[in-house]
Design a protein around this ligand. Structure first.
Ligand SMILES: Cc1ncc(COP(=O)(O)O)c(C=O)c1O
Length: 374
């Protein structure tokens, strides 16, 4: 791409009020934009406890791919623990983005069909694009629309993958996993479920809670949100794991995560029970927030710990967020085209360290800002 075209495209983005910029977060404000849903990532006491236990063991680089010398004993320990919990094979990989992309591009090709929820994550779309598979998008969370696609295409394609997330990042709404799994009785397809926004918040995830892990061919657990870490678990069959280790390019040709990260992930996994209290607090805060939104008559989607306060316009979303930031609330607009036009919003990620008083004050400030601009 020529430099002059790069500059031109960036200028267009700027003129559309849509140019992304990096920012440093002011830690003194109330962070309502984080995905640290259980507060694990920011927990100093937990970090100190972990470092006391493992500080002299950890390394900050694995210095190699897993297939060469990057497969140290702590990884085996972590995967053995995962195998025990999920009763399937597990594979730890460097990120959720990579897990989604690698699975689709490794197992599916131009003869396959991927049926995907319209609002699935970019990594899923990137995987589909690089696989060369045909893509059909069904209406968001709409089981009827999914079944119509299965009815139509299962006569044509032998190799079909259905992809859903369990909790959706932008609306925080929840997929009907049981109903999707039930469709497997009638139609032949593989199922992939991404638990990025449910791991931790729902313990080992919604699929685990609902006893559906055995019915899901690829369960993806990115760890950068409720997991308080980075990296991802792929839960699948032994054969799929073996195949990924032989043909998954993003797994073979990358430096693996260091033991600092792997031991932390294992520590979180083994302590999952300890976080029950946080989950309860989060649930309580979510219910309180819902009530308050109703009381203030705010247009919002609030099905989970992710709350979408709808503004409906890029420019206004910018102004409202800027004014709220001036009042020490760390919030940023989610604009179109990331979300559909007309649904531009503030996306709030709740966590148990936010008090009811803080969220209540914030919602009142939001309402004031909203009213003053419309
Ligand atoms: C649903 C979903 N899947 C996957 C990812 C990517 O995971 P990671 O950050 O581990 O690459 C994200 C966001 O980060 C996400 O929201």
């Amino acid at each position: 791409m020529k430099l002059k075209n790069i500059v031109k495209e960036l200028e267009i983005k700027k003129s559309e009020n849509n140019k992304r910029e990096l920012k440093i977060i002011d830690e003194t404000g109330l962070n309502l934009s984080s995905n640290d849903y259980l507060g694990i990532g920011q927990d100093k006491n937990l970090r100190v406890e972990f470092l006391k236990k493992f500080g002299d063991k950890i390394l900050f680089s694995s210095s190699s791919s897993r297939l060469i010398t990057g497969n140290y004993k702590e990884v085996r320990e972590l995967e053995e623990e995962l195998d025990k919990i999920y009763k399937k094979s597990s594979l730890v990989v460097n990120s959720g983005f990579s897990a989604n992309k690698t699975i689709i591009q490794t197992f599916y090709n131009k003869n396959s069909l991927i049926i995907t929820d319209r609002l699935n994550h970019a990594s899923i779309y990137d995987g589909i694009l690089s696989s060369g598979a045909k893509i059909v998008r069904y209406k968001h969370l709409n089981i009827k629309s999914l079944e119509e696609s299965l009815e139509k295409y299962s006569k044509i394609y032998e190799d079909i993958l259905v992809v859903t997330e369990s909790v959706y990042s932008m609306d925080g709404d929840i997929a009907p996993l049981e109903k999707i799994v039930k469709l497997k009785e009638k139609y032949l397809f593989d199922l992939m479920v991404d638990e990025a926004h449910s791991y931790g918040v729902y313990g080992y995830g919604i699929a685990y809670e609902k006893k559906l892990v055995k019915d899901i061919d690829f369960l993806i657990i990115p760890l950068g949100k409720g997991g308080g870490s980075v990296g991802a678990y792929i839960i699948c069959s032994k054969e799929h794991k073996d195949y990924l280790l032989n043909f998954g390019r993003e797994i073979i040709y990358t430096t693996f995560l260091p033991s600092a990260n792997i031991l932390w992930n294992l520590y979180i996994l083994k302590n999952m029970d300890r976080f029950k209290e946080r989950r309860k607090k989060l649930e309580d805060l979510k219910n309180f927030t819902k009530e308050k939104i109703k009381e203030l008559n705010i247009n919002a989607i609030c099905e989970s710990q992710i709350i979408a306060l709808i503004i409906g316009d890029n420019k206004r979303a910018d102004v409202i967020c800027k004014n709220l930031r001036d009042k020490n609330y760390i919030v940023y607009p989610i604009k179109s085209p990331t979300v559909p036009k007309g649904s531009e919003r503030i996306r709030v990620g709740l966590n148990p360290n936010i008090s009811k008083k803080d969220i209540s004050n914030f919602l009142e400030e939001f309402k004031n800002e909203f009213n003053s601009i419309f």
